[in-house]
Write a protein that binds this ligand. Structure first.
Ligand code: SF4
Length: 62
């Protein structure tokens, strides 16, 4: 199981990860991505690899 994390210092709020994985990511009030449900159905590798600034990290859990 992999847990996604967003580095808000890097995120530019492009919304791509939200488009790819709406079950996992949402844009917060600050306009940057945050994880709303780390267990949402989603291709997390694709989201990580698609982020233009490399702000998504996948942590191995367990
Ligand atoms: Fe932020 Fe990357 Fe998601 Fe764009 S794809 S909103 S830069 S985390």
């Amino acid at each position: 199981m992999k847990i996604p994390k967003v580095d808000k210092d890097r995120c530019i709020g492009c919304g791509l990860c939200v488009s790819l994985c709406p079950a996992v990511f949402e844009l917060g009030k600050d306009g940057k991505s945050e994880v709303k449900n780390p267990k949402g159905a989603c291709d997390l590798e694709e989201a990580r690899d698609s982020c233009p600034v490399g702000a998504i990290e996948l942590m191995v859990d367990g």
